[in-house]
Design a protein around this ligand. Structure first.
Ligand code: SAM
Length: 269
């Protein structure tokens, strides 16, 4: 990443600052989000306002969460946006999105070109608030989008896929070349839409069990689940659950992981 000044701001690598400058991509993202004037739009990491400006034109008000104090101050002084913006100068990882939704009186529509260094933990943080979220649109590393959308029997399918698809319907929207950013990141990017289920297809009683199970299975993804989950299930128990013990972590469906998680929860009751 170079560190040349862009729009009178020196991009900060530690805040994952890669600013979008490609108008075709910016307009495509806003069109995909399709904002309506009274909706509760929330942007994570507005930066220099590449998405904020066109979005502010479409809505009555817009909440933005920005960690970089200099950028938050700059947005607060912006000539036409300042009246519409509710600026939260805070780490998005510490934001209580349920409280924000309650304050705004409706489920949130969250979007952002996320800082890549914290995108996966931030997505996991947001999963805690899916009841308060209507949908999310994020620019991410293409590799992370692949992990979010892929199903069983593919290399990209892993813990993130299972946990994300447990909570949300996920659609890949658009691929974005690194030349669309300043400074250009070393990786390609993509935009993804996540829509939390109002009724989950395969509910689990203890999400922690699903998280532990998938961590354990995928940390040894080349082993059969009979081996990788040996401390949790024997061959007979897997057979009783209708799960082939010779399968590997990447061969199990979301529904099968949920079935295993619920079995573990029942045992500890
Ligand atoms: N939205 C702008 C754009 O598309 O050009 C900037 C995107 S840049 C990839 C990521 C932005 O997130 C930066 O403005 C950065 O300062 C901000 N940021 C980084 N870490 C953050 C955090 N933990 N919470 C909130 N904002 C953060």
């Amino acid at each position: 990443m170079n560190n040349r000044v862009y729009q009178h701001h020196l991009p900060r690598k530690r805040f994952g600052q890669n600013f979008l400058h490609d108008n075709y991509i910016i307009n495509s993202i806003v069109a995909a989000i399709h904002p309506q004037p009274k909706q509760a739009m929330v942007e994570i990491g507005p930066g220099l306002g590449a998405l904020t400006k066109p979005m502010a034109k479409c809505v009555e008000s817009l909440t933005v969460i920005e960690l970089d104090c200099d950028l938050a101050v700059r947005l607060a002084k912006h000539p036409f946006m300042q009246q519409k913006l509710n600026i939260v100068q805070q780490d998005a990882m510490t934001v209580d999105f349920a409280a924000l939704s309650a304050q705004m009186g409706q489920p949130l529509r969250i979007f952002g070109n996320l800082p890549y260094n914290i995108s996966t933990p931030l997505i996991f943080h947001l999963f805690k608030y899916t009841d308060a979220i209507y949908d999310m649109h994020f620019m991410l590393q293409k590799e992370v989008v692949n992990r979010l959308v892929e199903g069983p029997n593919s290399k990209a399918y892993g813990k993130l896929s299972v946990m994300a698809q447990y909570h949300c319907q996920i659609i890949s929207i658009l691929e974005v070349p690194s030349t669309s950013f300043n400074p250009a990141p070393k990786v390609n990017s993509a935009v993804v839409r996540l829509v939390p289920y109002t009724t989950r297809p395969y509910p689990v009683s203890d999400l922690g069990k699903l998280a532990t199970l998938t961590s354990q299975a995928f940390s040894q993804r080349r082993k059969t689940i009979l081996n990788s989950l040996a401390n949790l299930f024997c061959a007979k128990q897997l057979a009783e659950l209708g799960i082939n013990a010779r399968l590997r972590a990447e061969n199990l469906s979301i529904e099968q992981y949920c079935r295993l998680a619920n079995t573990l929860s029942m045992r500890t009751l």
